[in-house]
Ligand binder design. Structure first.
Ligand code: ZN
Length: 554
């Protein structure tokens, strides 16, 4: 729905070239915030002191004088005490429904030693009937002090009475125990499946329990993922609360099933959905959805159907992304493609012709090249105005890929917290390549509308960590990775707000503090423009408003 766009000039703020913006329809504010340092991310009025909110939207944005005189008796007013306010952050690519149910039901393996992971599994085993699966998630082989990967022997030592499946934080690899191998009928002489690999001990060829890409498939089929509708709703409630308290007000769920979409609807109807969701559907559901007349854009400002999700290659954190140059120290390893170009084209063509936006997981430069070729072909064969093709992650680029992305008007959604959080994995890409990874600077310079994106669970979703990561390009130990891609705080804010709105065709509805837009904002404990950039991650999020309501703090 297009918003009223009649703005009236109501005078200038001292020292700011700002003009108040007033939407015409509603004139009675329900809530006024004043005396703030408001960074609007709106070029027509970059700074403001006050906002009036009505009907879940910003009614007026301007100086204290512009706004406060509108207050009638009984209107709630909040003195911000000079605090900094920014638009609500938009995490353009994440997996909230998936993560929420796991936080509710699985073993969180974001732990710092294999011994700690074994203890967590033992504790769960003590409460779980023998023979039932124990499933872990958020395991990261680079974050445990032993400096090696989990093995079936580690897991057997934790329990031999339960099949155990531990998912890597990146989602593309997993680790199982001996009972799980037996359950999946994987014998020692098994052949690697196309696009997958069973890890083996180099000394004796024995299976180690490590599974890569398509080798995970036989196990996933056995996992009890029959969560009840209640549990799914509960998971959405939990994760939306976790995200909103960090300043996230909108999220792209980039790989949903119809059941996930239902869980969001249930949570919303129960009043338990704290953030807005742009919900991608996996390509397997394309025909079913299209037959029901469902496509990108259906829904409303709380829950909207997003793109069709395709997957081209492996992952960055697990070092399986498909590259044109091999990984450092592994001269024959170029990563993995999980579908052929022809398969990807067929699925993309069906989605495009049915009116869907397409978002394809493409990390490595070889994968991005393939997807651009497919998108370019679609535009030649079935040109559509403003298709906003998305390149999910779009991690490793080069000047010619950037030119093609710009020419198509495609949208990259690079990992915003990886440099900070996954610094120790960056060595395998090497310093040269790092200057072309998570290439926010290059995208902005080319006029490409790059977004902020966590991919949670693989990456943390805290927007303040994203700012530190994108602005300083340092990891948690202070090592610098790809300094040529540094951006300013103002640029990172824009990437995390209005660009995310554009990526879901909602830039007229949200992404800036502008009269007429949805009243989504974050109150910060300090001004990000005035702190040492290394301390951006320490800025407290004090309150988060979504649609005019305080979803966190009050
Ligand atoms: Zn993802």
């Amino acid at each position: 729905m297009p918003m009223p766009s009649h703005y009236s000039r109501r005078g200038f703020l001292a020292g700011m070239s700002a003009l108040a913006l007033q939407a015409t329809e509603r004139t009675e504010p329900e809530l006024i915030l004043h005396n703030g340092n408001i960074l609007t991310v709106d070029d027509s009025q970059p700074r403001a002191q006050a906002v009036a909110v009505a009907g879940g939207r910003f009614l007026v944005v301007g100086s204290n004088d512009d706004v406060q005189h509108l207050a009638k008796a009984g209107v709630r007013q909040i003195d911000l005490g000079g605090k900094t306010v920014v638009p609500g952050f938009i995490d353009a690519h994440s997996h909230p429904c998936y993560a929420g149910i796991r936080h509710l039901r699985w073993v969180d393996c974001d732990l710092r030693s294999i011994a700690d992971i074994q203890n967590a599994i033992r504790a769960r085993a003590a409460k779980t009937p023998a023979g039932e699966w124990i499933i872990g998630f958020k395991y990261d082989d680079t974050k445990t002090k032993e400096g090696r990967k989990l093995t079936r022997d580690d897991l057997d030592a934790a329990t031999s009475q339960h099949p155990v499946f531990i998912e890597h934080r990146g989602g593309h690899t997993a680790y199982v125990n001996s009972l799980a191998l037996r359950r999946a009928e994987i014998a020692e002489d098994v052949a690697d499946p196309p696009g997958g690999k069973f890890d083996r001990d180099p000394a004796n060829g024995r299976l180690t329990g490590g599974l890569r890409e398509n080798a995970v498939g036989p196990f996933r089929k056995l996992l009890p993922v029959n969560f009840s509708r209640e549990e799914m709703r509960e998971g959405v409630k939990l994760i939306s609360q976790m995200m909103v308290r960090t300043g996230v007000t909108s999220v792209g769920d980039c790989e949903a099933t119809p059941e996930d979409l239902l869980a969001y609807q249930d949570a919303r109807e129960a009043g338990e959905l704290s953030i807005r969701v742009y919900c991608f559907l996996q390509y397997q559901f394309l025909d079913r959805m299209t037959a029901a007349g469902i496509r990108t854009g259906l829904g409303d400002e709380w829950l909207r159907v997003g793109a069709i999700k395709l997957v081209c290659d492996g992952s960055i954190s697990e070092r399986t992304a498909r590259l044109t140059q091999p990984y450092v120290g592994r001269p024959n390893d170029y990563g993995i493609l999980v579908h052929t170009e022809e398969e990807l084209y067929e699925n993309a063509r069906r989605a495009h012709s049915a009116g869907w936006q397409i978002g394809t997981h493409a990390n490595g430069d070889a994968a991005i090249d393939i997807m651009l070729r497919i998108y370019e072909r679609l535009q030649r064969e079935m040109p559509r105005r403003d298709p906003r093709y998305r390149l999910e992650h779009c991690t490793v680029v080069n000047p010619s890929l950037i030119q093609r992305i710009r020419a198509l008007g495609a949208i990259p959604t690079p990992f915003s917290t990886y440099v900070y959080y996954h610094g120790e994995k960056m060595r395998e890409y090497g310093p040269e390549r790092l200057n072309w990874m998570f290439a926010v600077r290059s995208f902005l310079d080319a006029g490409i509308r790059v977004t902020q994106a966590s991919d949670y669970p693989p990456g943390p979703f805290e927007p303040m960590m994203a700012l530190r990561s994108e602005v300083t390009r340092t990891d948690s130990h202070g090592n610098v990775w790809g300094p040529k891609q540094r951006v300013t705080v103002e640029e990172a804010l824009r990437v995390g707000t209005i660009n995310g709105a554009y990526a879901s065709f909602e830039e007229t509805q949200k992404g800036s503090i502008t009269a007429g837009k949805l009243a989504d904002l974050v109150v910060l404990g300090r001004d990000p423009l005035r702190v040492d950039p290394m301390e951006l991650i320490d800025i407290p999020v004090e309150r988060t408003m979504v649609g005019g309501r305080w979803m966190f703090g009050s």
